[in-house]
Design a protein around this ligand. Sequence first.
Ligand SMILES: Nc1nc2c(ncn2[C@@H]2O[C@H](COP(=O)(O)OP(=O)(O)OP(=O)(O)O)[C@@H](O)[C@H]2O)c(=O)[nH]1
Ligand SMILES: [Mg+2]
Length: 327
Amino acid sequence: MNHSTQQCGYVALMGCPNAGKSTLMNACLETKIAVVSQKPQTTRHKILGICLEKNTQILFLDTPGIQHDQGLPRMNKIMNHIAWSVLKDADIICYLIDLTKGFTEFDHIWLKSICQKNQKKILLLATKSDKLKKALHGPQLDTFAQGLKKIYEEISLQEGSYEDFLEKRFLAPTPRLLSAKTKQEVLDLRAYIAEQLPQGDWLYKGDELTDRPQKFICAELIREQLFRQLGAELPYKASVVVDVFQHKPQLTEILSTVYVERDSQKSIIIGKGGSKIKTIGTDARISLEKHLERPVFLKLFVKVKKGWTEDINLLSDLAHLQDPESL
Ligand SMILES: Nc1nc2c(ncn2[C@@H]2O[C@H](COP(=O)(O)OP(=O)(O)OP(=O)(O)O)[C@@H](O)[C@H]2O)c(=O)[nH]1
Ligand SMILES: [Mg+2]
């Protein structure tokens, strides 16, 4: 391959919790590296997903859904920090808005803030279009247009006309409708994004999927089962660490610890006679086997670590931050 013909760039995926960022990244990569659930605030880390579109290497940065404080203040602060830190790396920003919800007040706050914090081009994506009847698309998209107009009016000082603002800040003047569940739409979007990225040598090998170690992705796949199988609140109170990850001739052995805050939470995760942890373990093993493409022996431990959501060491380890004290 002649290097001068290569293109490469970072694409930040941003938006409110549950907008569909991780689903879109997985769909573009055609494999699962980021966890997805129906619950908001599933993603806790910045995750790099790498894919090739012809001679372009697209480096997706999946981020935690930008959120407002709902308890767990330190955790939220770190998650917001991660989400904002990708802005400086990004060549373009995909801002995802759930079409079924329309342009919300949180989208207003965050998109305005993104416009104020950087000059990079934004691609607005109206996600989950498959969930909404076609007749309702127009009225929902109107809320986007009103939202953008309001942002323009609030920050318009150096922007010139509204049309100038749209042209300067956005890749397209209207949001692009997207169903991440429709393969052709995802492929078309991937091709479109690739065209926008600058010329430059690939930063990763052609077959790399992420910069995260296997151990991390495996811990995430286990955490996904907590989100899917536990009630409303508990998954936010739990974190997962893979302690042992060892490829053996016939299988991969994974020993992992789920950390919770209180004894009562530990009992819920273990369930009556160990029934809950057994289902979580079985489904996590199936997911891990699919990911690793080989048999897995998985053992899960549950430990109480009081105040882990406020524990700076564990959090900085989770967030892979260089300097957690700077927050
Ligand atoms: N029908 C449909 N569902 C979608 C689409 N995109 C995402 N979803 C669903 O929306 C939910 C949230 O998706 P995620 O990808 O976890 O959302 P996220 O933006 O990464 O959320 P956080 O990590 O919490 O910020 C999941 O149940 C997905 O299956 C879509 O295009 N169509
Ligand atoms: Mg996510």
